[in-house]
Design a protein around this ligand. Structure first.
Ligand SMILES: [Ca+2]
Ligand SMILES: [Ca+2]
Ligand SMILES: [Ca+2]
Ligand SMILES: [Ca+2]
Length: 476
């Protein structure tokens, strides 16, 4: 099937032969197992453990799908899926492919299904495996909402007719062994041509679907660049509606693929604080989440944040400690994703102490709005393997030209950052010594920014020879 580059990238990722992945996993496992050994730089150790995480995740998906498959609901054996959106049939999914077989029509047999994606797992695909209709009919509707009920119905009076849906797809026979249903649902907040689906529809001979797109769905694709995304739903409860427009019975077999979220099984020294496994970082600037003393070399942090006005916003405040004998020498951005649309700007602010006494707008200092901050940086994808976040924070008291950052911003294609600099921050000399610091991760809109950061420490130059191991301090 001819598909756009955007989707090709995503799908090819999942098609590496398992044997190749196994071999690679073995190699990166050995590399990763050397964490803490002499002879490797911090940078090499960090790279090897990130490679381990990335590659074993790809491995997991193919194996889970092939090795663990079970029918979780078959209407012939288990009875009709509920006709009532307020009391759907409920199934808890397990790792692997969870197969559902059902028949639906309109108006007599809508099917409502609630799935529970357990903690420590993610729903990573929905595959349509078979499609039967007699007489042949080739269109159905498949919608999803968060929670245990399905409240959405046609017609929707909202000018954006898909409002209220997390995502939706037009089910059709071409999806059998074809395009991922989950991918379509994840990007249903955007017109088909914005996400390359127009080409998919055309190649199927289903051009009419381009016109039948309706705005309003929330969408849930995680974009790692303007053109690459992953469609996934995390742990939680979701309800689906199988609907057909005519009296014809449509029978389908559909598989919900669930994968272990292996990050949560990594030792704390590798995963640090990961919101997916360890919970949301505090929304309260007076009581940031205390992630404790930083580890000896690197401490990862994975957080998702937004500043949404239509629902509960998610700012993230955290406190960390640089232990005696160590210095914070870098804050690296390792991964940047945005959902449900690509967005490329966030904010990271730093203060000393265990509260974050700074807010926007900073009314007391209109001419120097960064007053009160030790340092700050505009988080952005270009910092992934690029400019160090801590290094930017250190010189945030200086305008970008004086700090030498203007060239960096322009080279990244982020020239606008030169003009969005704000004076008032304290700044510091490159590294931060032993002490307690708090950080604010902020985003300006409803888009969820997910950032994997990494705090890197080194021996203190202030007290040479006192390179204390803080592993005991991290045992909680
Ligand atoms: Ca049914
Ligand atoms: Ca039913
Ligand atoms: Ca968060
Ligand atoms: Ca939060």
């Amino acid at each position: 099937m001819e598909i756009t580059e955007h989707f090709r990238v995503h799908h090819q990722t999942n098609k590496t032969p398992p044997s190749v992945k196994l071999l690679h996993l073995a190699v990166v496992s050995i590399l990763a197992a050397t964490v803490g050994c002499a002879g490797e730089t911090d940078e090499e150790l960090v790279e090897s453990s990130f490679a381990f995480e990335r590659d074993s995740n790809i491995l997991e998906k193919d194996f889970e799908r092939r090795l663990r498959e079970r029918v979780v609901y078959d209407e012939e054996k288990n009875g009709d899926l509920s006709n009532d959106g307020s009391a759907p049939t409920r199934v808890t999914l397990r790792r692997g492919a969870n197969v559902v077989r059902n028949t639906f029509n309109n108006p007599g047999d809508p099917d409502y299904l609630t799935i529970v994606v357990p903690r420590g797992t993610r729903l990573t695909d929905i595959e349509l495996r078979s499609w039967e209709a007699d007489p042949f009919e080739d269109i159905g509707f498949f919608g999803v909402q968060r929670g245990e009920e399905f409240t959405f119905a046609f017609p929707n009076d909202n000018p954006e007719p898909a409002s209220g849906l997390l995502g939706w797809s037009h089910l059709r026979s071409a999806q059998v062994d074809g395009f991922s249903v989950l991918d379509e649902m994840a990007t249903s907040n955007q017109p088909p041509d914005a996400v390359g689906l127009d080409e998919v529809f055309r190649n199927e001979g289903n051009d009419a679907l381009i016109e039948q797109w309706a705005p309003g769905a929330e969408g849930f694709a995680d974009f790692s660049s303007p053109t690459e995304y992953q469609a996934e739903l995390g742990p939680g409860t979701y309800t689906f509606w199988f609907r057909q427009g005519s009296g014809v019975d449509i029978s389908v077999e559909i598989a919900f693929v669930v994968q272990k979220d292996r990050r949560c099984f990594l030792p704390r020294i590798w995963r640090g604080h990961d919101e997916t496994c360890d919970g949301d970082l505090s929304n309260d600037q007076q009581e940031p989440t205390d992630i404790g003393a930083l580890w000896r070399r690197r401490t990862p942090l994975s957080a998702t944040f937004n500043n949404c006005s239509d629902r509960e916003p998610d700012p993230d405040y955290l406190t960390f400690r640089v232990p005696g004998g160590r210095e914070l020498v870098g804050i690296k951005l390792r991964k940047w994703t945005a959902s449900p649309v690509w967005e490329d700007i966030g904010f990271a602010g730093l203060v000393t102490g265990n509260t974050f006494d700074f807010t926007f707008p900073n009314e007391a200092f209109p001419d120097a709005p960064a007053t009160g901050l030790l340092g700050w940086s505009h988080l952005r994808s270009a910092q992934v393997d690029g400019q160090d976040v801590l290094a930017e924070m250190a010189v945030s008291n200086l305008d970008p030209k004086t700090a030498g950052l203007d060239a960096v911003f322009i080279e990244e294609g982020n020239g606008a950052l030169v003009d969005t600099w704000a004076p008032g921050a304290q700044g510091f000399e490159g590294t931060l010594g032993a002490g307690t610091y708090s950080m604010w991760l902020r985003q300006g809109s409803c888009t969820n920014i997910s950032a994997d950061l990494e705090f890197v420490t080194g021996p203190s130059r202030r007290f040479p020879g006192r390179d204390e191991d803080n592993r005991n301090e991290n045992k909680k």
